[in-house]
Design a binder for this molecule. Structure first.
Ligand code: NAD
Length: 260
């Protein structure tokens, strides 16, 4: 029960990696606040409460600073001040050649993927600093390093999380807060598993570990970064991608596979 007496706030907790984080971290003893734009987040809370967890939900749009400020206030009075903030919610809204991307969709990806974590940190970090302890984890993507074909908004916002993460670490480190960033490769969430099989197969072939990651593997890393023991990991970018970032080598392996 390594997170006993801690309050976690997890965004994008209705499905995928966020849901896996919620299930794992609640099982490790934390009080958990689950935030999502979809009311389906309540069904995750239901599962947690049935397992005996203390849990609150807020349906909100993290791109809106008023909604995020109100959510943090509500959670702090219901569960106690936020100790650990997991900025997991993210979207891909805009898959197209750059010249055909819609301006509104570009703005929306910036709003959710970059301004969202900024809003959440701005709302939660002050109380962490007052108490001299806090953990912040930003969910980026392998796309932050290598880009993602025809997803410039997604790739650009996930790269922008480098700057946000570094600055929060610089500004708040002396107040006992760490801020780190996770870069998953392709993870077998509901949405990913629903993708066409050739896309999944190509991603697996480009991954030295030759498989998808699991949501629970990402949740385990999130959980560790929020422990006491992880207190000297600050401003770090941690890849969890089965080696997918080693792209030149991986592409060599695709050819090798085709011959075999
Ligand atoms: N699944 C992967 O392979 C993968 C790979 C790299 C990075 N990621 C990142 O991991 C995170 C989780 O991805 P996932 O695959 O679990 O996706 P998902 O779509 O299953 O979960 C994202 C959640 O965020 C919520 N959300 C979207 N917009 C929101 C908003 N404005 N306000 C509040 N909540 C909002 C969604 O409703 C959803 O429940 C994302 O940031 C994603 O970019 C995922």
């Amino acid at each position: 029960m390594q997170h006993q007496n801690k309050t976690f706030l997890i965004t994008g907790a209705a499905s995928g990696i966020g849901r896996a984080c919620a299930l794992r971290i609640a099982a490790e003893g934390a009080r958990v606040a689950l935030l999502d734009i979809r009311p389906a987040v309540e069904s995750v809370a239901q599962v947690l409460r049935e397992g005996g967890a203390v849990c609150e939900t807020v349906v909100l749009d993290i791109a809106d600073p008023d909604q995020t400020a109100r959510a943090v206030e509500k959670i702090s009075s219901a569960l106690g001040p936020v100790d650990c903030l997991v900025n997991n919610a993210g979207i891909v809204d805009n898959i197209a050649p750059l010249a055909r991307m819609k301006f509104d969709a570009w703005q929306r990806e910036i709003g959710v993927n970059l301004t969202g974590p900024f809003n959440m940190i701005r709302a939660a970090a002050g109380a962490m600093a007052e108490r001299g302890w806090g953990r912040i984890v930003n969910m980026s993507s392998a796309a932050a390093r290598g880009g993602l074909f025809r997803q410039v908004g997604y790739a650009a916002t996930k790269s922008a999380l480098f700057g946000l993460t570094y600055n929060v670490a610089l500004e708040y480190g002396r107040q006992g807060i760490t801020c780190n960033m996770i870069l998953p490769g392709l993870i077998g969430t509901e949405n990913v598993l629903a993708m066409p099989q050739p896309i999944i197969d190509t991603a697996i072939a480009a991954t030295p570990s030759r498989r998808l990651g699991t949501p629970n593997e990402v949740a385990a890393l999130v959980s560790f970064l929020c422990t006491e023991e992880a207190g000297f990991i600050n401003g770090a970018e941690i890849d969890i991608d089965g080696g997918m970032r080693l792209n030149t080598l991986a592409l060599g392996s695709i050819k090798e596979n085709r011959r075999s």
